[in-house]
Design a binder for this molecule. Structure first.
Ligand SMILES: [Ca+2]
Ligand SMILES: [Ca+2]
Length: 270
């Protein structure tokens, strides 16, 4: 058992006994490997040592036993200057917890790649044997998949994926530019999360999020999202949070718009 894994398990045990953080959200940073585990049906992915890729867009792919993409998490930049939990300022380690996903896909494995050209497509090699976009593969140990950024592995594209892209443009978000407020969104079909997108810092009044190839045609999805209004690095009821439904078109795409409103919804998938 690696020292990272021992530390993670110890931290998990400590957190489970700590009533102060029983419902703090599902995504956190700390100077210790802090995974806010909810229950064993959740997918938990921990990224370590990604300093080299702090400014890149990382795609976290859940792939089932038939090598089909069933979940995609998109994380824009790991740099979290100013975002702190327990007073830390560690930028290059993160924990992504997705409710119920592991239970829905028992044979799940995790692939991660750095989408260096941010086109939403994985280009593993240049055709001449050279690596274009670095990638990593992880399997689960007691419900947790650990990915080490300094130990690059390789994987090919999934054999299959849903056809549709999710895209949402958010306007009127200027109130969240102040301080360091991350924003995260979970896309859910029925009771199963299929997509996730996080930006580490809202720095414009208007911006877009994209989660590629996760949507089926003519299907309704729930989007839960929040801006970290109290700047503590996690979702909690003090944040600005919203819940909306969107339906894909015949090709599977959703191109949604959202204008900031001051009426907030409690979230269940964070
Ligand atoms: Ca790419
Ligand atoms: Ca918060």
């Amino acid at each position: 058992m690696s020292t990272h894994r021992i530390a993670l398990l110890l931290c998990t045990l400590l957190l489970s006994a700590c009533t102060a953080v029983t419902d703090p959200g599902r995504f956190s940073f700390d100077d210790e490997p802090t995974c806010l585990l909810q229950d064993e049906s959740d997918l938990v992915v921990v990224l370590y040592n990604f300093t080299e890729f702090e400014s890149e867009q990382l795609h976290i792919l859940g792939v089932d036993g038939t090598n089909t993409l069933v979940f995609r998490g998109v994380v824009d930049e790991l740099d979290t200057d100013g975002v702190s939990l327990y007073g830390s300022d560690n930028a290059f380690r993160l924990c992504l917890t997705v409710p119920e996903l592991r239970e829905r896909h028992a044979d799940l494995s995790i692939n991660v790649y750095a989408d260096l050209n941010e086109d939403g497509v994985f280009q593993p090699t240049d055709g001449a044997g050279g690596i274009l976009e670095p990638s990593w593969r992880a399997t689960f140990f007691e419900g947790v998949a650990e990915v080490f950024g300094d130990e690059t592995g390789t994987f090919d594209r999934p054999d299959a994926a849903p056809p549709g892209n999710f895209r949402i443009t958010m306007d009127g978000m200027g109130t969240h530019v102040f301080g360091t407020q991350h924003l995260a969104a979970m896309l859910v079909e029925g009771e199963t999360p299929v997509g996730y997108h996080r930006i580490h810092d809202v720095d414009m009044e208007s911006f877009s999020l994209t989660i590629p190839t996760v949507l089926a045609p003519n299907t309704t999805y729930l989007l839960e999202f929040y801006a970290d209004a109290n700047e503590n690095g996690i979702y909690d009821p003090e944040d600005h949070s919203w819940s909306r439904e969107y339906t894909s078109d015949d090709t599977g795409n959703i191109d949604a718009t959202f204008d900031h409103v001051g009426t907030f919804d409690p979230l269940t998938f964070f």
